[in-house]
Design a protein around this ligand. Structure first.
Ligand SMILES: Nc1nc2c(ncn2[C@H]2C[C@H](O)[C@@H](COP(=O)(O)O)O2)c(=O)[nH]1
Ligand SMILES: [Mn+2]
Length: 232
């Protein structure tokens, strides 16, 4: 039974806005950036370049959570993933394979290149979001990257599923760092706008930070944030 898809906006103008088309299941092939579509029509496409053109969408798509708060010059999806990768390098727990965390961080939001950056408040709901993201990852890895580099395609898909299903301690840490990095960014924007913007509603994610180490980082951030708002 096909799912009725809702009209969803995304922050990326180069991906055609999904129109309400009745009984049509969202498919990544309907959201391929025009540059990639043109390239794939060549007699012998350079699939590595097609893959990197898709990744480019992460560099240009700004994060919806900040756009919703009218921060137009906000960070992109890849900005977020980059700092998460660097943050993974700070993990001190000797039982955690940090390099694995860095790789998971760098791919965990890769599906958003085609799906867009969906916030927890989006009416779409978790089930449809995950379905779209999984379809997008299969397309990116199996239909594009695997044509030129099946090993990398398999590794990226495995790392993405590891994160999605929190299969390992490394994935758990990256899930926590995803939330921690978000809160660091909240505090940075609150300071940038001298407290005129307040992301208090985002801070509920602290409850979903499970590892003691990252939870400690987040609580130290909250202390500084409380001090900042008390000083205004
Ligand atoms: N309006 C809100 N947006 C939120 C909240 N928590 C996260 N977000 C945003 C941040 C990103 O734009 C997006 C999801 O980020 P992922 O890294 O999980 O893909 O949602 C919130 O509480 N309110
Ligand atoms: Mn993320």
């Amino acid at each position: 039974m096909a799912t009725i898809t809702l009209c969803t906006t995304n922050s990326n103008p180069s991906i055609p806005r999904q129109e309400t088309v009745g009984l049509k299941v969202w498919n990544p092939r309907d959201h391929i950036p025009e540059t990639v579509q043109r390239h794939l029509k060549r007699p012998q496409p350079n699939y590595q370049l097609a893959f990197l053109h898709i990744i480019q969408e992460l560099k240009v798509q700004r994060r919806t959570g900040w756009l919703d708060y009218d921060i137009s010059e906000c960070e992109s999806i890849s900005d977020h993933m980059y700092r998460m990768g660097v943050t993974c390098m700070l993990i001190q727990n000797p039982d955690v394979q940090k390099d694995k965390c860095v790789k998971i961080a760098l791919v965990h939001d890769m599906a958003e290149s085609l799906v867009g950056d969906i916030t927890p408040l989006d009416p779409m709901g978790k089930k449809e979001k995950h379905r779209r993201e999984w379809e997008a990852m299969k397309y990116i890895c199996d239909d594009i990257l695997a044509k030129v580099n099946p090993v990398a395609a398999r590794e990226i898909k495995e790392d993405w599923l590891n994160y999605e299903n929190i299969e390992t301690l490394e994935a758990r840490y990256v899930k926590d760092i995803d939330k921690y990095e978000l809160l660091v960014q909240c505090f940075e924007y609150e300071q940038k706008f001298n407290g005129l913007k307040n992301f208090q509603s985002f801070f509920k994610v602290i409850d979903s930070i499970k590892t003691e180490e990252v939870r400690g980082w987040a609580l130290a951030l909250v202390e500084l944030r409380d001090e900042f708002f008390a000083s205004l």
